[in-house]
Design a protein around this ligand. Structure first.
Ligand code: NAD
Length: 451
């Protein structure tokens, strides 16, 4: 038996023996997990700096802090969520009662991507543990320092039959996908999401797929352009644009384009200084392959802000591309880097038609003070989640489910949605034994069966 098969087998036995059943034990593990992260904050920040050039501010705000908040929110409410929920029964079921038990799936696989390698590994894990599962965590091989710290943290809190990390690339992932998991939670690209779902289909394993795509950002005619520019620059260039919900491109009303460009320039310079490429606040591209891909996307586009890059440091300056259109390579794929193409429109209908002609986005942002325009966009464009007058912030509240739709993903998580994602809702009807209606049964005689 391979190492991976051995781990999964032990986890399944351990789960079947009822070791994750007690909610108090789950809460204790979540507390221990938080303590283990706290004790290694420095290591996590160092690893994030080496692997992705993340500043401490970003590392805390978008990785460590999010995990703390997810633990705090969930552990506070877990006792209540984990209780069976009584429900009404239909008139036809008079005398009976119904209840729903949140039952852990069993042993789950969590596959994480490189871009928020800490948070996107541990946040799903918090949900899996809260719901009473055992778990195998597969961090991204593109961020090996973070993967090593994750392993250390997991080993400090859990025995391997409860939670284990498996490091490695495609080969390790493939072997994992062949194991008898009860649930697979995958965060990553659309093509790999398809591979995961295909493997899961062979065993009828349920999946959550947190994928990507091109997320539009609409700046309407009445928008506060200065504020919009600040919030777009915040959302687009954080983590050097390697954010699944980053505004991929901007659709700006043609009357406001010149003003928006000016404000984008001002915001980039305020956040990253006169030489953004040298700024400590600007992250790096994860590897040469992605760097070369992004530099390739610059071809044919008109960089009116930024456009400079340095292969040695893997940095690309925050770049705004003017006069973009759908025929450009940069509009043909998820950018996942610090390039922001600008398209212009006259009527919202044009934007709605163009966006709806393409795969459903993971996120959508709209800057407007016009409620009718807001409603029009929210009602007409399907997307995973998003913000009005902001970017990214919908991901950071545990009250909103986070996930995609269509090819941007299947399922959602965060807060109670994580607990539900990792639980099977087991339905139980408890029938009365005080009476029994005869008319439900067939009768060999004419009339009703009287037993
Ligand atoms: P990726 O799909 O290349 O890799 C994700 C994970 O899958 C990694 O752990 C990797 O080792 C594994 N993997 C790679 N090839 C595999 C294969 N053939 N079979 C099984 N597993 C395999 O994604 P990435 O480059 O790490 O991350 C970027 C992508 O993830 C972007 O598309 C981004 O939009 C998306 N993403 C989505 C979310 C979300 O929450 N929806 C969050 C972050 C990133």
């Amino acid at each position: 038996m391979s190492l991976i098969a051995g781990i999964v087998g032990k986890q399944r036995d351990w789960h079947a023996a009822g070791n994750t059943r007690r909610v108090e034990d789950r809460i204790r593990r979540l507390d221990l997990l938080k303590e283990a992260v706290k004790a290694r904050e420095r290591q996590v920040m160092d690893a994030l700096r080496i692997d992705l050039g993340k500043s401490e501010r970003e590392a805390y705000m978008t990785e460590i802090g999010i995990v703390y908040e997810e633990i705090r929110f969930i552990r506070k409410r877990l006792r209540k969520w984990a209780k069976p929920v009584k429900v009404k029964t239909a008139m036809t079921h008079i005398g009976s009662g119904g209840y729903i038990v949140s039952e852990p799936y069993g042993t789950v696989l969590i596959v994480a991507p490189f871009n928020y390698p800490f948070q996107l590994a541990l946040s799903p894990l918090v949900g899996a543990i809260a719901a009473g599962n055992t778990a195998v965590l597969k961090p991204s091989e593109l961020t090996p320092r973070v993967a090593a710290v994750l392993r250390e943290i997991v080993e400090a809190v859990f025995p391997p039959e409860y939670v284990a990390t498996v490091e490695g690339g495609v080969e390790a992932s493939k072997e994992l996908l062949e194991q008898p998991f009860d649930y697979i939670f995958f965060t990553g690209s659309v093509p790999v999401g398809k591979v995961v779902m295909e493997a899961a289909a062979k065993r009828l394993v349920p999946v959550t797929l947190e994928l990507g795509g091109k997320s539009p950002c609409i700046v309407h005619r009445d928008a506060d352009v200065k504020l919009a520019a600040k919030r777009i620059v915040f959302g687009k260039f954080m983590n050097a644009g390697q954010t699944c919900i980053a505004p991929d491109y901007v659709y700006v009303h043609r009357d406001r384009k010149a003003a928006l460009l000016e404000e984008l320039r001002a915001a980039i310079s305020a956040f990253y200084g006169p030489r953004p490429i040298e700024s400590e606040e600007l992250g790096k591209i994860v590897n040469e392959r992605h760097f070369d891909r992004l530099v390739g996307l610059l071809g044919g586009a008109e960089a009116v802000i930024g456009g400079d890059y340095d292969r040695e440091s893997l940095k690309i300056a925050p770049t705004v591309l003017d006069h973009a259109d759908w025929s450009l390579p940069v509009m043909g794929e998820e950018i996942f880097g610090p390039l922001l193409p600008m398209l212009e429109y006259s009527e919202l209908d044009e934007v709605i038609a163009e966006v709806n002609a393409r795969p459903k986005p993971l996120a959508l942002y709209m800057f407007t003070r016009d409620k009718a325009a807001e409603n029009r966009v929210i009602e007409s464009i399907p997307f995973g989640g998003g913000c009005v007058n902001d970017t990214l912030m919908h991901i950071a509240t545990p009250y909103l489910p986070f996930g995609g739709v269509g090819s941007s993903g299947i399922g959602s998580y965060h807060g109670i949605y994580s607990f539900r994602t990792f639980s099977h809702q087991k339905s139980v009807l408890k029938q009365t034994v005080r009476f029994d209606f005869p008319f439900r049964y067939p009768s060999a005689k004419n009339g009703l069966a009287i037993l």
